[in-house]
Design a protein around this ligand. Structure first.
Ligand SMILES: NC(=O)c1ccc[n+]([C@@H]2O[C@H](COP(=O)([O-])OP(=O)(O)OC[C@H]3O[C@@H](n4cnc5c(N)ncnc54)[C@H](O)[C@@H]3O)[C@@H](O)[C@H]2O)c1
Length: 284
């Protein structure tokens, strides 16, 4: 393979590209899996706030009520598709429909996931397989379908640099969760983080960047409900992080936009840990 021997960078480009411009997703289309609610829905708002069009796909019949606000408040295109990341044929048909509706795919965020909590010795094969299918294969299939479309697209004025894929991993890829028994979830998130690294390398020549974000405990309707039902778990989630609080979805909005945007043009095969410090040590 021929390689350039001279650096090609325009050394003065930093004078022209403002931070504001670099973080813009204006004109781009981003697909988000598992965004009917939770973290994915917050990512949809973040993307719309910087001008990106959003195609949400999820297994739920209908999205959370905030979806209406998303459609109303921003001057971008927002569509909801009921689909299933574990069923390749169904998922492919959804991606085809998205390309028909939006014309292209510039970015993908994979947030569809489940987190079974049951002791390892009691986990049934079907249930383990379901977790792996959604968390790992669902991520793999969505990335493959998005990358295939990105690879076909020509650079445009609003996206001269190619595609970006952001996979949602978890702190569980690195450390076992205190107070929870989540063996298959931890294994699945380890796979997601490894997949992002491998694809970042393999797809670099196609101008597709692939990274992951690994959040710690994040407050969503689901986790707050869990904390109400199991107060001792709420105590862990609130007090175990060195920063002594759960994360808020707001804490992930800019990191997701950053990785999708040209601000991260040289950033690939990485995992960004946003955990309030748990990955470095625990206080309780
Ligand atoms: N909330 C946290 O504290 C936290 C922390 C670390 C990582 N994560 C990860 O972030 C992602 C989102 O988590 P969340 O807290 O928003 O959960 P959530 O349950 O609120 O959202 C997950 C979404 O995935 C969808 N989904 C499930 N199976 C699907 C399928 N087969 N096809 C399509 N969609 C499907 C669900 O319908 C749901 O809307 C997950 O991958 C989760 O593991 C969450």
């Amino acid at each position: 393979m021929a390689t350039d021997t001279k650096p090609r960078a325009d050394v003065n480009r930093y004078l022209k590209n403002t931070v504001h411009d670099l973080l813009s997703l204006k004109g781009r289309t981003i697909v988000i899996t598992g965004a009917a609610r939770g973290l994915g829905l917050a990512f949809a708002f973040a993307i719309a706030e910087v001008g990106g069009n959003v195609a949400i796909l999820d297994a739920a019949d209908k999205p959370h009520e905030h979806f209406e606000k998303l459609q109303k408040d921003f001057d971008v295109k927002v569509n909801y598709y009921k689909s299933d990341v574990t069923n390749y044929e169904v998922l492919k048909a959804t991606f085809d429909e998205i390309v028909k509706d939006f014309g292209r795919i510039d970015g993908l965020v994979t947030a569809a996931g489940i987190c079974p909590d049951q002791p390892f010795l009691e986990r049934a094969p079907d249930s383990v397989a379901r977790c792996m299918n959604i968390n790992v294969l669902g991520t793999y299939y969505a990335a493959q379908l998005a990358a295939a479309q990105m690879d076909k697209q020509e650079p445009t004025e609003f996206n001269p640099r190619g595609g970006s894929i952001v996979m949602i991993g978890s702190i569980a890829a690195y450390v076992a969760s205190k107070g929870q028994a989540t063996s298959d979830y931890c294994a699945s998130k380890g796979a997601v983080v490894a997949l992002a690294k491998a694809l970042g390398v393999e797809l670099a020549a196609k101008k597709i960047r692939v990274n992951s974000i690994s959040p710690g405990y994040m407050a969503t309707d689901m986790t707050l409900d869990l904390c109400d039902r199991m107060p001792w778990l709420g105590d862990i989630m609130q007090n175990e992080p060195p920063m002594r609080r759960m994360g808020d979805r707001t804490d992930l909005k800019v990191p997701v936009v950053y990785l999708l945007s040209d601000a991260a043009a040289y950033h690939t095969s990485d995992d960004i840990l946003i955990t309030g410090g748990i990955h470095a040590g625990r206080l309780m």
